[in-house]
Design a protein around this ligand. Structure first.
Ligand code: PBG
Length: 331
């Protein structure tokens, strides 16, 4: 047994500055900004339809006519951005309805913009919900044809922008999709429409509840030939840098919780804003545990959101946004 205690300089006492709420508030390094939260919305056909999503308690698929009230509710909570997902009634082999000026998302954009013009409207740009096979692009010989898919994604983005979207967010994980969208938008005179790139999007089991909500599960196979392998970080950096080069305005990492190192890497390799997508499965896990009384939901959600920010995210896309905004503003 050594007769001396291990070295400890008694003048260095880290607990000194943790003693009171005042000191802790004073010294907190990272905070969640309500304005930096983005609320995802699922839109569907019909009139007066508010259809709850089973695996995502508190989230619904809403028909377009309910979006004006929803937009006002979102503003009242202090939020200022939404990300729209369309649930298509008609699916085919070419994602036919995706660029329809009167399609579900295009109508939703106009409805929200007329009810709450100051709300930033972002839209998911992907074909999986419009394809009968549920894959994110056109199929040729049973595989997704990257280059044949690009013009469809660009046309979809242009139609969203023409309907009034501020930012389009391509999530199909096709190579070159950011360049294709930027070129399509610019050629249509839509030089002010921003692009939020799903830059590092992994082939993840955390998307399960979303696919049920959007009816977008692949009918055969999986998405591993276009979404990333969960084991890869260096490849994520290549994806991010490639999207930056192609003209992205914001780069996103998805999912968030199990991919904090990727968020940190994104923060370090680019000066662009970084978004983290706190996906459906992450939300469902929290809701399920909270329903059992096994966790303190409010504390857990705020801790998680703070941690995304600490990892390097500027923006957080989260189904918790409305509740979190209320908790953060005390309203
Ligand atoms: C469309 C898309 C998906 C998500 C966002 N856009 C599903 C997928 O890639 O299978 C997942 C979002 C979530 O789980 O919350 N491609």
């Amino acid at each position: 047994m050594p007769d001396q205690a291990p070295p400890f300089d008694p003048s260095h006492r880290l607990r000194r500055m943790r003693r009171s709420p005042g000191l802790r508030n004073l010294l907190r390094e990272t905070e969640v900004r309500v304005e930096g939260l983005i609320y995802p919305l699922f839109v569907r056909s019909g009139q007066g339809v508010n259809e709850p999503i089973g695996a995502m308690p508190g989230q619904s698929r809403l028909s377009v006519d309910l979006l004006a009230d929803q937009a006002k509710e979102i503003r009242a909570a202090g939020l200022q951005s939404v990300l729209l997902f369309g649930i298509a009634d008609e699916k085919d082999a070419l994602g036919g309805g995706s660029a329809d000026p009167d399609g579900i998302v295009q109508r939703a954009i106009r409805e929200i913009k007329s009810a709450a013009p100051e709300l930033v409207v972002m839209t998911d740009v992907c074909l999986c919900a419009y394809m009968e096979h549920g894959h994110c692009g056109i199929l040729r010989d049973g595989a997704v044809d990257n280059d044949a898919t690009l013009p469809l994604l660009a046309a979809m983005a242009v139609s969203h922008a023409q309907a009034g979207a501020d930012v389009v967010a391509p999530s199909a994980m096709m190579d070159g999709q950011i360049a294709a969208l930027r070129q399509g938008l610019d050629q249509a005179g839509l030089t002010d429409t921003g692009i939020m790139a799903y830059a590092a999007k992994y082939a993840s089991a955390f998307y399960g509840p979303f696919r049920e909500a959007a009816g977008s599960a692949p009918q055969f196979g999986d998405r591993r030939s276009y979404q990333m392998d969960p084991g890869n970080l260096r490849e994520a950096v290549r994806e991010i840098l490639s999207d930056v080069e192609q003209g992205a305005d914001i780069v996103m990492v998805k999912p968030a919780l199990a991919y904090m190192d990727v968020i940190r890497a994104a923060r370090e390799v680019t000066d662009l804003p970084v978004a983290a997508y706190n996906v459906s499965g992450e939300y469902s896990m929290v809701k399920a545990a909270a329903a059992q009384g096994w966790i303190d939901e409010r504390a857990l959600v705020l801790e998680t959101l703070t941690s995304f920010r600490r990892a390097g995210a500027d923006l957080i896309i989260t189904y918790h946004a409305k509740e979190a905004a209320r908790w953060l503003t005390g309203s």
